[in-house]
Design a protein around this ligand. Structure first.
Ligand code: FMN
Length: 194
């Protein structure tokens, strides 16, 4: 059995259009995959600051990589594939997802820094990012959500990167259902090819 880690950052939960893409993906997973769902809205995630920052530095210095604060990083490192769902906020990803990434970016777990430079340690062969955007940003230099996630995929060494986006969902409500349907179909197809 392979494990798909589903990182759910659909802030609006059941009202999320991004969540519809994630659901389509999960419903079309081939046999042999089990899903580990991590709902970021329910996690006690903290940005790196103050005592939490100092504690992390001390643990890394002591080589204590099995402290429970690194559980997110180990879970990310060992997943066979990763599905991340997050809406497009302020030209990028929601701050909550960035905080999660701060928590999984741990030298010695998800990446290593040595004389050869920085290289990823993650086992995952694929990272799939599903998103929805109010405006049309596909291919635009102002789109810094998927481009950032793609860079993080390379950084962590999580294999092949795919982004499935419903673009322009807030522009003309008459077009929204068709835009979502097209993205839902792409998500289902991507899942079948996992
Ligand atoms: C806080 C916030 C910031 C947003 N920033 C942008 C933005 O920079 N560009 C854009 O096109 N849409 C932006 N949107 C619109 C969302 O990308 C769009 O409504 C998306 O479909 C929301 O996803 P959801 O339905 O999964 O919550 C923003 C929405 C919110 C709530």
């Amino acid at each position: 059995m392979k494990t798909l880690l589903f990182v759910d950052c659909c802030i609006r939960r059941d009202h999320s259009r991004t969540g519809m893409l994630a659901t389509a993906f999960l419903e079309h997973l081939p046999e042999g995959w089990q899903v580990e769902r991590l709902c970021l809205m329910d996690e006690p995630l903290q940005p790196l600051m103050e005592g939490g920052f100092l504690q992390r530095e001390a643990l890394l210095k002591a080589g204590d990589l099995h402290h429970r604060r690194f559980d997110y990083a180990w879970q990310f490192q060992r997943a066979d594939a990763i599905l991340i769902a997050a809406p497009f906020y302020d030209l990028s990803i929601p701050a909550l997802l960035k905080v999660y990434i701060e928590n999984v970016s741990v030298d010695g777990i998800t990446f290593t820094c040595d004389e050869r430079g920085l290289h990823g340690n993650c086992r995952g062969e694929k990272m799939i990012f599903v998103t929805s955007r109010g405006g049309f940003y596909e291919g635009s230099p102002e789109e810094m959500g998927s481009r950032y996630m793609e860079a993080m995929c390379r950084f962590f060494g999580t294999g092949e990167y795919t982004c499935i986006a419903a673009d322009g969902v807030d522009i003309d409500p008459r077009q929204t259902p068709a835009i979502l349907q097209e993205a839902i179909e792409k998500a289902a197809k991507a899942a079948k090819g996992l």
